[in-house]
Design a protein around this ligand. Structure first.
Ligand code: ACO
Length: 324
């Protein structure tokens, strides 16, 4: 009897405030035409000053729990992929545990930037497969717009805020997360950095804003997306033709299209919503998963591949046979 972790509930939350490409035209030397052609993004959502990552995570988690019909006390473990925690400690996981009243849950954050949800899914899956936990809440949540210089046109056009959550339980019917692949290329970490505020710079003498070498990250991202999908296919024994839907990290439609060509996967089998939200970091994959599900793009038995890549540099993917 093989145990796999299956997703039984999904939820997401994005802030109400919309920042369009036209708004950005008034802030930096850019144009809707340039942003659309180079990234595919039309608008993104921004949190206000008072709203922190745990606030979005809480709303997404509540929706996922409701969808799964799971009470907070039933959760054994909470994991959150984030690189924009409310505070260095306590973790967003612990803040969320308290807000939800999930008094029986262990709680921690997964720091893998935009790959945080895929990393978290692999960890959650292992915790369930081992028999240690029977109900895990996994959230991907980020508010990276708080760490962006809105005078830097290289980065301010790309990012938005949001959160997505899933509830995982054990399945013994051959469905669930059947394979995952995680990888890191630490040597490339310098291409995407948040320099200020860590123990290397506790007094914030360096910039508090992210810096990025877009071209290097682009090349890495295409390679990471292709490799991660290929690796989970190889591990699970499925072929690219078996994939019903690929949900990649929503960073740039050109990254996705380049990788699709290499993978020989038709566009109809890929979910893209980055035009509405930009790059929401660890939240992008679970937000897209939630929307794909509500649009009827996923049904029981479908083979779904989730893939992420980001700062670190990190990347990873999970192959899921949909359980419910
Ligand atoms: N508006 C208008 N012009 C611009 C802008 C802008 N916002 N930004 C750059 N330009 C100009 C440049 O100055 C350059 O002009 P020049 O030819 O006169 O020198 C020209 O446009 C081309 O610039 P490039 O940097 O070569 O543009 P590129 O095609 O590489 O696109 C982009 C830039 C969109 C950032 C792309 O490199 C990219 O998407 N990279 C990946 C970024 C990414 O996904 N990061 C997130 C990773 S996930 C995580 O963990 C956070």
């Amino acid at each position: 009897m093989t145990i796999h972790a299956g997703i039984v509930g999904v939820g997401s939350k994005v802030p109400d405030k919309v920042l369009t490409n036209a708004d950005l035209e008034k802030m930096v030397d850019t144009s809707d035409e340039w942003i659309t052609a180079r990234t595919g993004i039309k608008e993104r959502r921004l949190t206000d000053y008072e709203t922190a990552t745990s606030d979005l995570a809480y709303e997404a988690a509540q929706k996922a729990l409701e969808h799964a019909k799971v009470a907070p006390e039933e959760i054994d473990c909470i994991a959150i992929g984030t690189s924009s925690p409310d505070t260095l400690f306590p973790s967003v996981g612990c803040i969320l545990q308290d807000k939800l009243g999930a008094t029986n849950a262990a709680a921690f954050d997964v720091s893998a930037a935009c790959s945080g949800f895929n990393y978290g899914l692999a960890v959650a899956s292992a915790l369930i497969e081992s028999g240690q936990y029977k109900c895990v809440l996994l959230v991907g949540a980020d508010t990276l717009t708080k760490y962006i210089d809105f005078k830097d046109r290289n980065t301010c056009i790309l990012f938005g805020d949001g959160a997505g959550a899933v509830v995982l339980k054990p399945f013994i019917d051959g469905s669930g997360i059947l394979a995952n692949h995680l990888a890191a290329e630490g040597a490339g970490g310098k291409h995407l950095v948040m320099p200020g505020g860590g123990s290397r710079d506790p007094e914030l003498r360096k910039s508090r804003y992210m810096s990025m070498d877009g071209k290097e990250v682009f090349k890495f991202a295409v390679r990471a997306l292709e490799t991660s999908v290929q690796k989970v296919l190889d591990k699970s024994g499925f072929k690219i033709e078996d994939v019903d839907l690929l949900i990649p990290h929503q960073a740039n439609v050109r990254i996705i299209n380049h990788a699709l060509k290499k993978l020989r996967l038709p566009k109809e089998k890929v979910y893209v919503n980055l035009q509405k939200y930009g790059n929401t970091s660890a939240a992008s994959v679970p937000i897209a998963l939630d929307e794909a599900l509500s649009e009827g793009r996923i049904k029981k038995g479908d083979v779904i591949v989730l893939s992420g890549f980001g700062a670190g540099l990190t990347y990873g993917a999970n192959l899921i046979k949909w359980s419910v």
